[in-house]
Design a protein around this ligand. Sequence first.
Ligand code: ADP
Ligand code: MG
Length: 255
Amino acid sequence: MTRSALLEISAVNKFYANLHVLKGVSLEVPEGTVACLLGPSGSGKSTLLRCINHLESIDAGRITMSGQTLAYEERDGQMHERPRAKIDRQRQDIGMVFQHFNLFPHYTVLQNITLAPTLLKKSRKANVTAQAMELLDKVGLANKHNAYPSALSGGQQQRVAIARALAMHPKVMLFDEPTSALDPELVAEVLKVMKDLAQGGMTMIVVTHEMAFAREVADSVVVMDAGVIIESGTPGEVFDNPQHERTREFLRHVR
Ligand code: ADP
Ligand code: MG
C-alpha cells in the first residue's frame, strides 16, 4: 500500500533578493513518516522549513498539506497569498521547533504551553490546562509545570518547546536542528522525545546532524546542497551507498 503524501512540496523556488536559495525543491512526506533533512550549512534546509510554515514566502512552486495549497491560492492563473486569517489557520497544523527554544521567559512552563491554544483555539481553559499537563508528562516534565524557563536545562527547555508545539495538535512537526545548541549530555533526552513522537505516528521533517538518530528513526533521508535536493532514499541507501560525491563528502564531515 502506498501512503498518501500528507505534505507535498513541488518545485519550490525561493530567492533572498538575488540569491537563489531554493532551486526547484520537490519532496513528498507521507503521513506518519519521518524525513531527515541533511546537508552542509547554507544549503537551504532552514529556509525550506521556514517556507513550509510560511515564515518565508515562496517565489514559485507549491506546498500542499492534505491536498490543500498552503498560504497561496490560484486566481487568474497566478498564485496569490491567501488572507492572513486563512494562513494563520493553516499554520496551526504545522508545529515548529527551533535550534534556540524561544520560550517566553516571563511565563511558566505551563503558561508557555497553554498560551497559544488559549488564544487561538479558544477551548475551555480547563481543557487546555489538562492537555498541557498531559503533554508535559509525555516529555517527562510534569513536575516542572510551575518553573520558569531560566530554571531549566537546555534539554528541558527544548522538551517544553516540543510540548508547546504539540499543544496546537499539528498534523506535521518541523524540527530545525533541535539539538545543535545543547550540551552533548542533554542531546539524548530530546532525541528520545522525538523518537517517541515518531513512533506515535507523527509526521515529521527533521533537520539534524545526528546521524544515528536519522539512521534509526527516519523513513527517508534527504540531502540538500546549494538549494537542491541532490539525493534521497532510505537511511540504508543514503548512508551505506551514497550516490552523490557531495553526499559522501558531507557524510565524511559529520561522522
Ligand atoms: P541551512 O539551514 O541549510 O544552513 P539556510 O536556509 O539558513 O541554510 O540558508 C540558505 C542560504 O540563504 C544561505 O546562503 C543563507 O546565507 C541565505 N539566507 C538565509 N536566510 C536569509 C535571509 N533572511 N536573508 C538573506 N539571505 C538569507
Ligand atoms: Mg539552518
